[in-house]
Design a protein around this ligand. Structure first.
Ligand code: PLP
Length: 448
């Protein structure tokens, strides 16, 4: 029997005192790490009892625990370096919030605030601050309303104005956005009845005209955020739809991307949709606008007021973090600050080359070099467009997958892409303050 050996098993407490483990305690919480330690030691105990192995040395048990902590640690939210060349990356938190905006919002979030307190009357106030005013100035609307995300915005609009009634949607716009937001399903969930018109590639004014009935509540026009239809294709514009719809039919546009004034081919701005006659337009706050996760609904005052009074508003309303970040970002935007997408798109080749030079300092150019590549806006905008850019390409013999993984294991993780079997790190989407980290990691990987 191996039982006498079990006395040599490390104590949980001793493992937890190791400096490497202590770092994980700080990062993951003591009970989580303690549980991992117990499960590692239990595993060792079982295999000793079965006679599969001797009790391993302390260092080996510690190694196993650190590895387990490392695996869990990867699931924790953390900063990553986006070197993919996709500016608004849906899997990487979409738009980074401007650091100045974050700092401005800190005081409001870490203190009490007037979120729902009217400083003029000393009574309960409305949870919206200056946002309706600021958004309206930015996009040229009568009023605005904020919900948790754009999916909620679409749902609230449908619930409020189209429940038990008909909503006309072009077949070419019955899209799925990201993981599971499908227009026909959202419509069904909201209690509205979908009336499909046209075909995938072509829809006409006549298609819409013949679909109007007493039951029609609205036309919903949905932006093709993540795909493009090319070739033999046509559909009426929002302006045309505004002209042909009966007065009783609302024209709502799920614009999605939140393009305001960015030069993105194929994107129609929120302002243009309103100007062209849309009654309501909704879009995400954390795509091209560059704010926190939110859904923004803009349009006619009477309609916004009705949305505000819907009981579901209580379900969809964001908290102070969203309001404060959005407000601070909007003020800056109105004062001339460009969105991150706009700023990234206008980076000059010279700036990108300079970033590349800094990253490759001290690295043998046969192992990595700056190459031409492309940049996309992402985040449900300009799905069919790419812009010229530069990337650092790694040219060593090791498999691209292996290099990509090594970079992903860096701290912070560096997320690149593989292009023609070579790992590339796009120089436009990285943030300049990360250049030293990237250089250090490449030096580590490639040697001098
Ligand atoms: C992104 C997008 C949505 C979903 O917005 P979320 O903010 O992710 O909820 C809906 N419709 C369109 C057209 C989009 O581009």
């Amino acid at each position: 029997m191996k039982k006498h050996q079990l006395a040599a098993l490390p104590q949980i407490e001793t493992l937890l005192q190791d400096p490497g483990v202590e770092k994980y305690i700080e990062n993951l919480g003591r009970p989580v790490v303690a549980e991992l330690a117990r499960s590692v030691v239990d595993g060792v105990r079982r295999s000793v009892l079965k006679g599969d192995s001797e009790v391993p040395p302390f260092s080996e048990v510690l190694e196993r625990l650190l590895a387990e902590c490392g695996v869990i640690g990867k699931e924790k939210l953390q900063k990553v370096i986006n070197a993919t060349g996709i500016i608004i990356h849906t899997n990487m938190g979409r738009a980074p919030i401007l650091r100045e905006v974050w700092r401005e919002a800190e005081e409001i979030n870490c203190s009490y605030s007037n979120l729902e307190f009217d400083l003029k009357t000393g009574k309960r106030g409305k949870r919206k601050g200056l946002i309706p005013l600021l958004v309206s100035r930015l996009v040229g609307s009568e009023d605005a309303l904020i919900v948790n995300n754009n999916a909620a915005a679409v749902f609230l609009i449908l619930q409020t104005f189209a429940r038990d009634r008909e909503v006309i949607v072009n077949r070419g716009e019955q899209v799925q956005i990201g993981g599971g937001f499908r227009i026909p399903e959202i419509l069904q969930q909201s209690g509205a009845r979908l009336v499909e018109i046209g075909t995938t590639n072509i829809s006409t004014r006549e298609d819409y005209l013949s679909a109007f009935s007493d039951e029609t509540a609205m036309i919903l026009s949905v932006h093709r955020s993540n795909f493009a239809i090319r070739g033999f294709t046509d559909s009426p514009t929002v302006r045309e739809l505004a002209r042909i719809r009966p007065d009783t039919v609302l024209l709502c546009v799920d614009q999605g991307s939140g393009v305001i004034d960015e030069a993105l081919p194929g994107e129609i701005s929120v302002r243009t949709h309103l100007h062209d006659g849309a009654d309501l337009v909704c879009f995400s706050g954390d795509k091209v606008l560059g704010g926190p996760q939110a859904g923004i609904i803009v349009g006619r005052k009477v309609l916004i007021a009705k949305l505000e009074r819907h009981p579901l508003m209580r379900v969809f309303r964001p908290g102070k973090a969203v309001y404060s970040l959005l407000e601070a970002g909007l003020v800056r935007r109105l004062n001339g600050q460009n969105s991150m997408v706009a700023e990234t798109l206008v980076l000059s080749m010279r700036e990108l080359k300079s970033r590349g030079r800094k990253i490759l300092q001290g690295i043998d150019r046969s192992k990595a070099s700056v190459v031409e590549s492309t940049l996309t806006s992402g985040g449900g905008s300009a799905p069919d467009e790419s812009f010229p850019s530069l990337s650092v390409q790694i040219n060593i013999g090791r498999k691209a997958d292996t290099i990509l993984r090594a970079l992903r294991n860096a701290d912070p993780p560096i997320i690149g892409i593989i292009s023609e079997d070579r790992v590339q790190l796009n120089l436009a989407t990285i943030q300049p303050e990360d250049i030293p980290r990237i250089r250090a990691e490449l030096q580590n990987l490639l040697g001098g």
